[in-house]
Design a protein around this ligand. Structure first.
Ligand SMILES: CC(C)[C@H](C(=O)O)[C@@H](O)C(=O)O
Length: 505
């Protein structure tokens, strides 16, 4: 278990309560690396069960949200942490990096002519290495296209004209944000994807988790996945959020507290008045980074904010679930967010938390605003607010990579509050930033050498992305400071890591 710092530097009246011990149940099964799917198992789990779970008995069993989500989707009345379940998947997402591998497993195990279990539940989103001349990267997108055509996949967000993303109306961009914007994230459901940041969708009150290609190949064939029920750690974030703090600060605070292994194979459930006050895009940021603490999934109870966001995005009926008041949590952490200060994660770990104001001697070479974590409309609005408040120009190259086409469009059309009607794009131009680039994961994960904004030199970058491991954005000696869009914009204006309060107060 992580060590729990009680340092007052972070000014939080926090306490940690350990509520129960499930530890003997976390043993991972060992598997042969060349496991092949047994025909018997496949047919056993794909046949409808003739035996319904018992409904008699007077003992009420309390469950957490995640336990309820997994119980419902495995057709059980009650589940406990550590239990292995065959879960029915509502949505399987794959992208251009992992999709070809998952398709390969599916074909190998189910046969060249096999059909996916449900053509409307597979969502295929090219987004990572798109705007590149790299032949292997281009081939990956072609592989996705061939498969989607062959299988008649309903939701394939294709791109053919790499020279002009706008000529591709189907193309969306970063998969986790596209999933949300296109209405594939719904409370009460199970969404899995071949990308570790699939946990993002937990913001909608659903079970969402990244899976490997072997599991994805199996899901493609059967619609089922074998999951061990994770125990839940509850994070209670209370207090009014100061106007210089964003969800990125909240999650950096949490990861800094519990470490990058502090939630390994556990659910991170976020509640409290601060969480309730977050917009959907901010909730997305919070859940997006639970994997950086090892979390199996992150989850936020659905509420009016969720339902309002979904109103014009889906007509699918969904049923939210909530943790019982008496549910058993592995531990509970309490944070008073009103006292939080802007944070960064220093190189080379998302858990390397520091106060932005304590890093102001760090000279930087560039700033990157983009990715599933920090490339949403509200992230750019936040950066624009800082540029607007300063009235100054950036001192270092500042790269802007909108997550999706919709975000890109928003930058050119939505007026920034209190700007006299200016859009983000105008404010960025006035501040001397780069032009918003074609939507994709861009340089967040490095990518081929010709990727826009890739770190090709051993430079220091302040970034709104989610990972700062060595080599993550390209160069293995690059240094990445993870930060909120406020802190990233403030740092761009000074050329040093900078606390945004220098401009926002
Ligand atoms: C491409 C994918 C395998 C990878 C992940 O799973 O996390 C990427 O999205 C990332 O953020 O590092």
């Amino acid at each position: 278990m992580a060590s729990f710092s009680t340092s007052s530097t972070y000014c939080l009246s926090k306490n940690v309560v350990f509520l129960s011990d499930f530890s003997p149940l976390y043993q991972f099964p060992t598997q042969s690396p060349r496991r092949r799917f047994s025909k018997k198992i496949v047919s056993m789990i794909t046949q409808p069960s003739s035996r319904m779970p018992a409904t008699t008995g007077s003992v009420k069993s309390w469950m957490t949200m995640t336990e309820k989500l997994l119980a419902r989707t495995s057709e059980k009345l009650h589940v406990v942490p550590g239990e292995n379940l065959w879960v029915n998947v509502d949505v399987l997402m794959t992208n251009d990096i992992t999709g070809p591998g998952a398709i390969g497993v599916f074909k190998r195990e189910f046969g060249e002519n096999a059909k996916v279990w449900d053509r409307e539940k597979v969502v295929v989103i090219p987004d990572h290495y798109i705007f590149t001349a790299d032949e292997r990267a281009n081939r990956n997108v072609d592989t996705l296209r061939d498969f989607c055509n062959e299988q008649n996949i309903k939701y394939f967000y294709d791109i053919k004209d790499l020279g002009n993303f706008q000529a591709n109306p189907d193309y969306k961009g970063v998969c986790h944000i596209a999933l949300a914007q296109e209405g594939h994230c719904r409370p009460g459901e199970v969404l899995v994807g071949t990308d570790s940041h699939t946990c993002t969708a937990g913001a909608f009150g659903q079970f969402a988790s990244g899976i490997g290609n072997t599991d994805a190949g199996f899901v493609l064939g059967t619609g089922k996945i074998l999951l061990k029920v994770p125990p839940t750690i509850r994070f209670v974030l209370d207090g009014e959020i100061p106007n210089y703090i964003l969800a990125k600060d909240l999650i950096l605070q949490v990861i800094g507290e519990i470490s990058v292994a502090g939630a390994t194979y556990k659910t991170m459930e976020f509640v409290g008045t601060a969480v309730e006050s977050l917009t959907m895009e901010e909730r997305i940021t919070l859940c997006n980074m639970v994997i950086e603490a090892g979390g199996k999934n992150g989850v936020i109870p659905a509420d009016k904010t969720t339902y309002d966001y979904l109103k014009d995005k889906t007509t699918v009926h969904y049923e939210p679930v909530y943790s019982d008041e008496q549910a058993r949590f592995l531990a509970e952490y309490h944070f008073d967010i009103s006292k939080l200060e802007p944070l960064v994660a220093k190189p080379h770990s998302p858990g390397n938390r520091a106060l932005a104001r304590e890093c102001e001697d760090v000279k930087i070479d560039r700033v990157y605003i983009g990715s599933c974590t920090g490339g949403k409309t509200e992230d750019f609005m936040a950066a624009a607010k800082v540029f607007l408040a300063s009235g100054k120009k950036v001192k270092v190259p500042t790269f802007l990579v909108p997550a999706t086409q919709k975000v890109w469009m928003d930058l050119y059309t939505i007026p920034v509050p209190e700007s006299g009607g200016k859009t983000c794009s105008q404010i960025f131009e006035d501040a001397g930033c780069g032009t918003p680039a074609s939507p994709s994961c861009g340089a967040c994960m490095g990518g081929p050498r010709d990727t826009h904004a890739r770190l090709n030199e051993p430079q220091v970058c302040v970034s709104t992305t989610n990972r700062n491991f060595p080599g993550r954005m390209g160069h293995k000696e690059g240094q990445i400071y993870l930060a909120s869009p406020y802190t990233a914009a403030a740092s761009a204006l000074t050329g040093h890591v900078t606390d945004p309060r220098n401009f926002l107060q």
